[in-house]
Write a protein that binds this ligand. Structure first.
Ligand SMILES: *Cc1c(COP(=O)(O)O)cnc(C)c1O
Length: 399
């Protein structure tokens, strides 16, 4: 079979999916097994333990992979933890917080939004006031809002849920695996991500972690979970280490392997090293881009290290430049989403994207493309990136 153009490399600097980790790519070629095969159960047991470590979850937390993208992780949380007419307080400061509210409304919950403007973090005081007034069953928010590049104050916001004795669901899609995440310490009951974001595995799985308290709440429901497919009790029957191993649905074995390998690779590297390469690469990219008129969209204290959102230089034709980058230089970049559409680029610094090599390649591509779009100084971007990278070197580091 001829290799089509899709076989050539395109540099993915999008905020998901991210370039595949080599170990994840290799696992996609492992031989087929059935979903009830002992090898698969043994491999899944390793994933269960590794996910506990990745999330910083308690030893009695339930962890597994749901067969869908990150949005299934989001929806499964609401479907399992909310029943019709339950109250939920949701912090919304972008597209993904709003997606949470939309899902909870469809499930018949009473949704109380606490909104913040695009580019700002959620305000703990306003969240606290609403939680005290509403006394919700569940508090939910996004840790790192991908549509704007804002990092919400997870510890302060989590404390609010405990003050009102609510369950707590946190979207960890752009954070867990790259930034410190302490599910047990912060008292989070439900957290999820998507395999294609910080882990650099293919899309298609939602790794989730559920506290013992949340599993007890699911077991004590008055009504059945609205979705059969992502019912956590059904998941537990398949995934549980003791007494489980029951057929629920046919799981995507190769995605289990690829995601399992990617989680292992993340744990072996360590979250501190991963945070550091996101931080350094992002800082160098921002310094270089600032020399030709890009500016940070989010103020430094609440800037998300894994999604760098930059305002475009005045008059830059967003669509034309991104399409030239893709066609001429084979670099894939993502623009704004929701309130940021047309105003910004959102540069992914998750997983394998958070390295200097791909960002230097972006600078070379911009040097090639931007001069024809009114930015002649862009020819200096690779050198500016090299200088900025050297300047961000950790103290005492060798060459
Ligand atoms: C990408 C993303 C999701 C949704 O993930 P999909 O895999 O696209 O379904 C949810 N929340 C956040 C913060 C995300 O970045």
């Amino acid at each position: 079979m001829d290799a089509g153009p899709w076989m050539d490399d395109v540099l993915l600097l999008t905020p998901g999916p991210t370039p595949l980790h080599p170990r994840a790519a290799a696992a996609l070629t492992w031989p087929m097994r059935g979903h009830m095969d002992p090898d698969v159960f043994a491999y899944n047991d390793g994933i269960v333990a590794d996910l506990r470590e990745l999330y910083g979850a308690a030893p009695d937390a339930f962890t597994c992979l749901l067969a869908g993208s990150g949005s299934l992780g989001m929806e499964a949380g609401f479907a399992n933890l909310l029943e019709p007419d339950d109250a939920v307080v949701i912090g919304t400061n972008g597209v993904f917080g709003e997606r949470m509210a939309n899902m909870a409304e469809r499930l018949g919950a009473r949704v109380h939004r606490v909104a913040a403007p695009a580019g700002e973090a959620l305000d703990p005081d306003r969240m606290r006031a609403e939680a005290r007034r509403v006394r919700p069953k569940l508090v939910a928010f996004v840790h790192g809002e991908t549509s704007t590049g804002v990092l919400n104050p997870v510890e302060e916001l989590s404390a609010i849920a405990h003050e009102v004795e609510a369950l707590l669901s946190v979207d960890a899609v752009t954070t867990v695996g790259m930034l410190p995440f302490d599910m047990a310490g912060w008292g989070i009951d439900y957290a999820y991500t998507g395999s294609q974001k910080c882990l650099s595995a293919p899309p298609g799985l939602a790794p989730v972690a559920v506290s013992r308290r949340a599993m007890a709440a699911v077991a004590a429901r008055r009504t059945p979970v609205a979705t059969w497919y992502a019912d956590l009790l059904g998941m537990q029957a398949y995934w549980a280490l003791d007494g489980g191993r029951q057929y629920h649905h046919t799981v995507p074995i190769h995605l289990h392997w690829a995601t399992g390998e990617a989680i292992r690779a993340a744990l072996e590297e360590g979250v501190a090293a991963r945070t550091e390469r996101a931080r350094r690469t992002g800082a160098a990219a921002l310094d270089a881009l600032a020399t030709v008129g890009f500016a940070p969209f989010v103020p430094a204290p609440v800037r998300l290290p894994t999604v760098l959102t930059v305002r475009l230089p005045d008059g830059l034709d967003d669509a034309a430049v991104r399409s030239a980058l893709r066609e001429v230089a084979r670099v894939s970049l993502t623009g704004g989403l929701g309130a940021t559409a047309g105003k910004v680029w959102r540069l992914g610094l998750m997983g394998e994207a958070a390295r200097p090599e791909p960002y230097r390649a972006l600078m070379v591509a911009l040097a090639q493309v931007l001069p024809a779009h009114g930015i002649p100084d862009a020819v200096g971007l690779p050198a500016a990136f090299d200088a900025a990278w050297a300047a961000t070197a950790p103290v005492g580091a060798g060459a």
